[in-house]
Design a protein around this ligand. Structure first.
Ligand SMILES: [Fe+2]
Length: 388
């Protein structure tokens, strides 16, 4: 493990957790709050109204943006930005899954720093020119247990024209308050609970097996792996509130860890397939995870860590355990089983390959060549054995 000086953030700025934690909103007072959410679930379950009432009771004026879709696009961000600029909020409250939180974060970034836009944001970020501080508060209430956007310094927005997911990681995107309310996770359909839970598991494992892992994040990511493996089945298959709340908390811990440490090739490939075929992020990770772990265990450090995880999770082998979990949760074995045709795969192969080499693949514990990635695409699409 590399010995270097690191600055770690071992929590979001503030985390409020527990069943009914949404009531914390009653203690806040802002002048104007923009609430951002995804599809209908947060509206039909009354959670948006409940949150709005709490804010209005304290004198806040509230505006809602809803309908953010999975894999939110720059176009959706720009639409929301118009409302931000008209309304001039001093607080942004994102309630929903990763897409709602990520879209809200990107809207806030462009609102707070008007010189930033989709064309120059990466250039500014890479040059370290995005300030860490901002004036507008950011509060996130996740309704799913996967993305951990409520504690990370990132957002992922899709460039639809280029079929490319663009991760934007910068300190000012770390929310001021994360509210983890187990009751809200009960609104998740089982399929979403399964897919997002597998995303959280992927965060925990990619972080734990990353060569950049430090002692502090080791504890968080290891606890998250074993906790998610233990509680995800009951959370999804029995809708057990205790298990669901546990997965919610472990998902957040995995997020804290990967925000410091980084991820790996599972996410690199997942972003590529997700953007091209508009697949749910958790589903793509779940499909890919066992294959990448099988490949990565050629690295001695990864192999040792996977043995540690198998021991901690009291299972024969972590890859076998994940494969069994996928089956139990009804997650497809490969992308062909997920409904992508061979023709669609062949047609998009070049772009899939180019984009899978980007992002988190660059920090995979095993360095990846394009030739290897080309073979990995076949493995993930057909569910083939790794014989290279
Ligand atoms: Fe993820």
């Amino acid at each position: 493990m590399e010995n270097s000086v690191k600055q770690l953030v071992l929590s979001g700025k503030r985390i409020i957790s527990g069943r009914g934690a949404i009531a914390f909103l009653k203690t806040l007072s802002y002048k104007r709050v923009v609430m951002v959410t995804g599809g209908r679930s947060m509206i039909t379950t009354g959670i948006m109204d409940k949150a709005r009432d709490m804010l209005e009771e304290n004198g806040s004026e509230v505006k809602m943006i809803f309908g953010i879709r999975k894999n939110p696009s720059f176009e959706e961000v720009e639409e929301g930005l118009k409302i931000f600029r008209e309304f001039c909020p001093d607080c942004v409250l994102a309630i929903g899954g990763g897409s709602a939180m990520d879209a809200a974060k990107a809207m806030l970034l462009f609102y707070e720093f008007p010189y930033l836009n989709r064309d120059n944001v990466i250039e500014y970020k890479d040059a370290g020119k995005i300030p860490a501080e901002r004036k507008t508060a950011l509060i996130c209430i996740p309704s799913t247990s996967g993305t951990a956007s409520e504690v990370t310094r990132g957002t992922v927005i899709t460039d639809v024209q280029q079929k490319l997911k663009v991760p934007i990681m910068t300190d000012c995107l770390r929310p001021d308050i994360a509210i983890l309310d187990g009751d809200i996770t009960m609104t998740m359909p089982d399929r979403i609970a399964a897919e997002t839970g597998m995303d959280a598991l992927t965060h925990a494992i990619e972080s734990y097996t990353n060569h950049n892992l430090d002692d502090f994040d080791e504890a968080l990511s290891k606890a998250a792996v074993t906790g998610i493996l233990k509680y995800l089945p009951d959370s999804c298959l029995k809708q057990d509130p205790f298990a669901r709340e546990k997965v919610h908390n472990y998902s957040c811990m995995a997020g804290i860890s990967f925000a410091n440490v980084g991820l790996g090739m599972v996410h690199g490939i997942a972003h590529s397939f997700g953007a091209v075929f508009n697949l749910a992020h958790g589903l793509t990770n779940a499909v890919i995870l066992p294959y990448v772990l099988t490949y990565n265990q050629r690295d001695a450090q990864v192999r040792e860590k996977m043995e540690e995880l198998s021991y901690a999770a009291r299972c024969e082998g972590i890859i076998l355990k994940i494969t069994q979990l996928k089956e139990m949760l009804g997650i497809p074995r490969c992308f062909q089983d997920a409904g992508i045709t061979q023709e669609e795969f062949a047609e998009n192969r070049q772009i899939l390959l180019e984009h899978a080499m980007l992002g988190a693949t660059k920090v995979n514990p095993v360095q990846i060549t394009k030739e290897v990635m080309d073979k990995m695409l076949d493995v993930c699409f057909y569910g083939k054995e790794i014989d290279f």
